[in-house]
Design a protein around this ligand. Structure first.
Ligand SMILES: [Zn+2]
Length: 464
């Protein structure tokens, strides 16, 4: 069983500020956490932080005691909404482990939590040290506890804190050259990442190839299509013999053959199918490699509910079909939960979403409205060139590396969007700015009914 916790960069910064006020004494906060579950995987995601005021606690450099009056409203909310509670406290001396004092305090606390919430589900305890590193453990109903595999911080930078018992293993030979460039810690992080790739065609194919060679531990592939002759110009690692097989199956078989240890889960379906949504919800990072805007909108929503780092790749190749090229350009977006969204950044409009949804659900009505000029058409059968797709896929994978191992002269926050035009000859960057408030209210909500607060997805869940 893989169990993880994820929070945003802003939540992590708020915790640091509260837990280390500068007086060298311990402090404590509570958190309300959403849950995500897929087979063999459980992920907790931070929805809200409740700092316990310093003046209300008894604080020394070795322990902190606090009034449980702050816990009761949170327990009621957790029970009502099917969420978990977490306690996080600081060790100002830098000791990155649970002490005997912690063991005794947690046994007492979580005995009470389980009696109160009575849902049979685990709740969490965490420790933070002054450099911001966190460890966490899950407390079961039976009084046992188990360490979490990592605590992920999804902000401008990406950090995955692993407990010190997981001592670094030797870097295998295949990874020596990229570990030399991006550091041993980046290789270690890759090894334990669960990465989703939604869309496994022209841009998704090269992403899968590259992350598998970087040593990513788990890869989740989602794409409903079969390999066709027309795809062979751009999906890496597919051959004529693969025509007619699901794209995800061909890429999964390739990763298996590569033999570098990645575990693959393949979903030959739309992202909206329940098992695919659940598998992606327990990921750490997801690449969006889709043509349309409906899937992107859904993935941006999923990434917010489940605190995923989301890298979106878009390629635009405008040509007249006779060899005349109007433009070749593309973009890579890095999206962090609780901040701006693809829609907010103007990548698509509600009208485009509606047109695509109508075309899928009622093609006749779509054609009719299109003919009358009520809607703008959904682009189809765009030209595509493997070398161009591969360029943008590489930019996105490098973006992941630069977030894991910040190496730019300026902060990563300045590079939320990169747009590159091969025809106009520019490479531009835009910073992370503002918040999509409509989406941010679901930050770290995790599993709920209806799923993603979208009733039609709940119908699919029930049918599955
Ligand atoms: Zn402690």
């Amino acid at each position: 069983m893989r169990t993880t916790l994820a929070l945003t960069g802003a939540q992590h910064a708020a915790l640091c500020a509260h837990l280390f006020p500068g007086d060298g004494r311990e402090a404590v906060a509570l958190m309300l956490c959403g849950r995500a579950v897929s087979p063999g995987r459980t992920k907790f995601v931070v929805n809200r932080i409740v700092p316990i005021p310093h003046h209300a606690c008894e604080r020394t450099d070795r322990r902190v005691t606090w009034p449980t009056a702050y816990l009761e409203p949170l327990l009621a909310e957790a029970a009502k909404r099917g969420m978990a509670v977490a306690k996080v406290h600081s060790h100002p001396g830098g000791d990155l482990r649970f002490s005997e004092v912690d063991d005794a305090a947690d046994a007492d606390l979580f005995g009470g939590v389980h009696a109160w919430v009575d849902d049979g589900q685990p709740h969490l305890s965490a420790v933070m040290v002054p450099d911001g590193t966190m460890i966490a453990r899950a407390h079961g109903e039976d009084g046992t506890h188990a360490p979490l595999d990592h605590v992920g911080v999804v902000g401008d930078d990406l950090r995955f804190h692993r407990p010190p018992v997981h001592a670094a293993q030797a870097v295998p030979e295949f990874a020596r050259r990229h570990a030399q460039a991006f550091g041993r810690a980046t290789f270690e992080a890759m090894r334990h990442l669960r990465v989703g790739v939604v869309g496994c065609s022209g841009t998704g194919g090269p992403v899968v190839d590259q992350i598998a060679r970087l040593g990513v531990g788990e890869i989740v592939l989602v794409d409903p299509d079969l390999v066709e002759d027309k795809n062979l110009n751009r999906i890496v690692n597919t051959t004529l013999a693969d025509v007619g097989r699901p794209k995800v199956e061909v890429l999964a078989a390739f990763v298996e053959r590569l033999g570098l240890g990645a575990r693959v889960e393949a979903f030959p379906c739309d992202l909206s199918r329940p098992d695919a949504l659940r598998a992606v919800s327990t990921c750490d990072v997801v690449f969006g490699c889709m043509d349309g805007v409906e899937g992107r909108d859904l993935l941006n929503r999923l990434a917010t509910f489940y605190v995923l780092a989301y890298l979106d790749i878009g390629v635009m190749l405008d040509a007249d079909g006779e060899g005349g090229i109007d433009q070749i350009c593309g973009s890579v977006h890095y999206l962090q939960p609780g901040r701006s969204s693809l829609r907010g950044r103007g990548l698509y409009t509600d009208g485009m979403l509606e047109a695509e949804s109508l075309r899928r659900q009622d093609p006749a009505a779509y054609e009719d409205r299109l003919a009358r000029g009520y809607i703008r058409g959904v682009p189809q059968e765009r030209p595509a060139v493997g070398a161009v797709n591969g360029l943008f896929s590489s930019l996105a994978v490098v973006e992941l590396l630069l977030r894991l191992h910040p190496s730019r002269l300026d902060p990563n926050g300045d590079f939320a969007v990169q747009t590159l035009s091969l025809t106009a000859g520019f490479w531009q960057f835009a910073p992370e700015e503002g918040t999509d408030d409509a989406l941010a209210r679901y930050l770290g909500r995790g599993d709920m009914r209806p799923f993603l607060n979208r009733p039609h997805l709940d119908m699919l869940m029930r049918a599955a």
